[in-house]
Write a protein that binds this ligand. Structure first.
Ligand code: SF4
Ligand code: SF4
Length: 157
């Protein structure tokens, strides 16, 4: 699979209810399999995945989180390379990425009502430390990180 170049402007709170989403996922799968009847299973999956990974939906958020977890676990060098070569800017502590899919129980508010991570440091999951690692992963308009085109994109993930 190739890295997707599209700029994603996913806004929070646009996701649907998980159960409704599960129903729509199954419907879309049935439609995709019917529409791409002549394609191999892998090709159908890949086409479906690439169409969903950038969506401003609960499913899109879930796929991006899974992608981040997979790469962080099995291909951390891909994430580090992307961060080093393409990421610009800084985190300005909006805390919005801590509410993707669900509000993290470790998200706190300080005396100035600013969000902070209660387990910031070694205990903070790699998924959080890596966010966002590329343009596909970046789904919050207000995020202080932006991305430039990678000079050496990975050929697979
Ligand atoms: S562990 Fe910390 S950084 Fe990660 S989502 Fe929770 S509050 Fe945010
Ligand atoms: S969305 Fe971006 S700026 Fe906001 S807390 Fe997360 S990494 Fe930082």
């Amino acid at each position: 699979m190739l890295f997707l170049p599209q700029k994603i402007n996913v806004r929070l709170k646009e996701e649907g209810q998980p159960l409704q989403t599960l129903g729509s996922i199954l419907d879309e799968w049935a439609a995709a399999v019917a529409y791409h009847g002549g394609m191999s299973f892998n090709a159908v999956v890949n086409t479906w995945y690439q169409s969903k990974i950038t969506e401003r939906t609960f499913l899109g958020q879930l796929l991006r989180k899974l992608r981040r977890s997979y790469l962080g676990t099995f291909k951390p060098e891909v994430i580090q390379k992307s961060i080093e070569e393409t990421r610009k800017g800084d985190c300005h502590r909006c805390g919005l990425c801590c509410e993707l899919i669900y509000k993290c129980p470790f998200l706190g508010k300080d005396h100035q009502n600013l969000p902070y991570c209660r387990i910031y440091g070694d205990l903070r999951p790699a998924n959080c430390k890596n966010y966002p690692f590329d343009e596909t992963d970046s789904e919050i308009d207000q995020c202080g990180f932006t991305f430039k085109e990678s000079t050496s994109k990975p050929s697979s993930r």
